[in-house]
Design a protein around this ligand. Structure first.
Ligand code: NDP
Length: 268
C-alpha cells in the first residue's frame, strides 16, 4: 500500500515540496504519495485530523501554521522544542510527533553544498521570526565563535537570544547598531518579499563572507548588496531541499541524495 504524505499551508499552490518528495521517492524506490493541501486559515487542526482519519503517515507544515503545528503535537524533538515551531508531523494512530528540520536543512546546505565552514565563524542572523528561531539551535550545534541576532524589533531578538542556553556567544542588536565583521550572514527576514533593503552597512561583510538569503526564486536587495560587498551569495533553495530530505529521512528512514534534486529545481 502506498503511504500518503502531504504539505499543509495557506497559500500552498506555489509549494515545491510535492516535486521534491516525488523526486526523493523515485530516487530511493519508496512507495509514497505526497500532495499539497490547502488548509483554511482557521482550520489547521481540523485538516490534520482529517488527514489522520484518511490514514496519512505524516505531513510537512508551512506558513502560517508552524506554531499551530507545534501546539497540535503530543511530542516534540529538542530542536522543535527550542524552535517553538514544527514543520514535520509524523502520525502514529492518533499520536502526533513534531520535529523541525529547517535548521538542519540550513546547516547542511551551508556545510555540505556550499562548502562553507560554520565552526569558529562569526555568524550574523538577520531577523527574529519563526525561521530565525528555528535555525538557532542547529547553528549553535555547529560550534560557531559567536551568533549575533539583529532584528527591526530589538525585543524579539533579545527574547530569542535569552532563550538560548549559550548566552555567552549569542547576543542581540538592531541592524543600525551592528559593528565589526561577520563570516556568515544569514537573512531570515521576509524583507525580500517586498523588495526592501535592510539598513546594514557593506562594512559588516568579512573577507570571504557567505551571505545566505533564506528566500529563493529571485535576487533580493540583501543578495544584491552582499554581491557588491564582495561576499559569496546563496539563496534558500538548497535549504528547502535539505529540510525536505531530513523530513523524508524521519518518515522513511532512508536518506535521499539532495544534489540532483537541487539541480533539477534550479533548471526548472
Ligand atoms: P516571520 O513572519 O515569522 O518573521 C519575519 C521577520 O522578518 C521578522 O524578524 C520581521 O521583523 C522581519 N521583517 C519583515 N519585513 C521586514 C523589513 N521590511 N525590514 C526588516 N525586517 C523585516 O517569517 P519567517 O521567519 O517564517 O520567514 C522569514 C523568511 O524565511 C521568509 O522569506 C521565508 O520564505 C523564509 N524561509 C525559507 C525557508 C527555506 O526552506 N528556504 C524555510 C523557512 C523560511 P519584525 O520582528 O521587526 O517584524
Amino acid at each position: 500500500m502506498t503511504d500518503r504524505y502531504a504539505v499543509i499551508g495557506n497559500p500552498i499552490a506555489h509549494s515545491k515540496s510535492p516535486q521534491i518528495h516525488a523526486a526523493f521517492a523515485k530516487q530511493t524506490n519508496q512507495d509514497i504519495s505526497y500532495e499539497a493541501v490547502l488548509a483554511p486559515l482557521d482550520g489547521f487542526e481540523a485538516t490534520v485530523r482529517e488527514l489522520i482519519k484518511q490514514g496519512y503517515k505524516g505531513a510537512n507544515v508551512t506558513v502560517p501554521f508552524k506554531f499551530e503545528a507545534y501546539d497540535a503535537c503530543h511530542q516534540h524533538t529538542e530542536r522543535a522544542f527550542v524552535a517553538g515551531a514544527v514543520n514535520t508531523l509524523s502520525f502514529n494512530g492518533g499520536h502526533i510527533a513534531g520535529d523541525n528540520t529547517d535548521g538542519v536543512g540550513l546547516v547542511n546546505d551551508i556545510k555540505d553544498n556550499l562548502k562553507h565552514a560554520l565552526g569558529d565563524a562569526r555568524i550574523l542572523l538577520l531577523g527574529a521570526g519563526g525561521a530565525a528561531q528555528g535555525v538557532l539551535l542547529p547553528l549553535l550545534n555547529a560550534l560557531p565563535a559567536s551568533i549575533t541576532i539583529a532584528n527591526r524589533t530589538l525585543e524579539k531578538a533579545q527574547r530569542i537570544a535569552k532563550k538560548s542556553s549559550s548566552a555567552t556567544i549569542v547576543s542581540a542588536n538592531t541592524f543600525e547598531a551592528l559593528q565589526g565583521q561577520f563570516d556568515v550572514i544569514i537573512n531570515a527576514t521576509s524583507a525580500g518579499l517586498s523588495d526592501s533593503a535592510l539598513p546594514i552597512s557593506n562594512s559588516i561583510f568579512a573577507k570571504s563572507c557567505l551571505a545566505y538569503d533564506m528566500m529563493y526564486g529571485r535576487e533580493t536587495p540583501f543578495m544584491a548588496q552582499a554581491k557588491t560587498a564582495g561576499a559569496q551569495v546563496a539563496d534558500g533553495l538548497g535549504m528547502l531541499v535539505e529540510q525536505a530530505a531530513e523530513a523524508f529521512y524521519i518518515w522513511r528512514n532512508v536518506r535521499p541524495q539532495t544534489a540532483p534534486v537541487i539541480k533539477l529545481l534550479r533548471s526548472a
